[in-house]
Ligand binder design. Structure first.
Ligand code: NAD
Length: 260
């Protein structure tokens, strides 16, 4: 019950990593506000949570939506934890073909959203004497082949934003860290394919299985694996940890499993 009496905000909380983290924080005692553009998934999770999780529609590409989501948690007694996590694949274009607007949309979704989350949470946390912010970066922040360039650059930006924000906000008792997932079985790989139900589950599982073959730990990474790392970084167990990241990638970044 590391979050007993605390309030947390999770963006992208209707699905995948955000959903698992909202449940994990709630299981450990937090009141959780999730924001998402998926109103059906968000409302379902809130309804099934026995009042521990609340949903508010939030498009992280809109500054006012982010501000109002964080304010909702703060109005209930003060926001202690912010997980800036919402995201999608973004533009798949190569650097020699990407259009300026496509570039901007991907950065707005994945990088500006994180900056604005910190922007609106930090003054409120400062008033309370501190808080913990966790941002979702990616293995793509380090590895050029893991994702298209607009996504990878945005995630590398999230990492450095994390470092600089941590240095600026430590004086107010606010810690800022990042989690870097490897390949995790969620809807993110299939959200732009227009498939649903069993076909979608099969496609998600196929992609995650393929990734598992390239990792030293040869099992599929799950949203719960990431939620556990986020819960650690957001908790007082990580009270001396700021401006850094945890890679949760089954060892993918260190290379393939050795067979000798
Ligand atoms: P997911 O598709 O299961 O969940 C993403 C959630 O974000 C969805 O509920 C979606 O509706 C929401 N979302 C998308 N655009 C939004 C917007 N504009 N405003 C608010 N909510 C929005 O995918 P996931 O894998 O859980 O992704 C969560 C985060 O993890 C993303 O930032 C993603 O880039 C990152 N990530 C995922 C992986 C992976 O392998 N799954 C790896 C590295 C990083």
């Amino acid at each position: 019950m590391r979050f007993s009496g605390k309030r947390a905000v999770v963006t992208g909380g209707a699905s995948g990593i955000g959903r698992a983290t909202a449940l994990r924080l709630a299981d450990e005692g937090a009141e959780v506000w999730i924001g998402d553009i998926d109103e059906t998934g968000g409302r379902e999770l809130a309804a099934d949570s026995g009042g521990r999780i609340r949903f508010q529609r939030c498009d992280v590409m809109r500054a006012s939506d982010i501000e109002s989501l964080i304010a909702a948690a703060d109005d209930a007694g003060g926001v202690d934890v912010l997980f800036n996590n919402a995201g999608a694949g973004g533009s798949r274009a190569r650097i020699d073909e990407i259009e300026p607007d496509e570039w901007d949309r991907t950065q707005s979704l994945l990088l500006r959203s994180v900056a604005l989350g910190i922007r609106y949470a930090a003054p409120l946390m400062t008033k309370r004497g501190g808080g913990a912010i966790v941002n979702t970066a990616s293995i793509a922040a380090f590895q050029s082949g893991a994702a298209p360039i607009a996504y990878s650059a945005a995630k590398a930006g999230v990492l450095h934003l994390t470092h600089v924000a941590a240095a600026e906000l430590a004086q107010h008792g606010i810690r800022v860290n990042a989690v870097c997932p490897g390949f995790i079985a969620t809807n993110i790989f299939t959200s732009s394919l227009g498939i649903e139900g069993e076909a979608r589950d099969a496609a998600n599982a196929g992609i995650a299985k393929m990734a598992a073959g390239a990792q030293p730990i040869q099992r599929t990474g799950t949203s719960d694996d990431i939620a556990a790392a986020v819960a650690y970084l957001a908790s007082d167990d990580a009270g001396f940890v700021t401006g850094t990241h945890i890679l949760v990638d089954g060892g993918m970044l260190i290379g393939p499993r050795h067979s000798w």
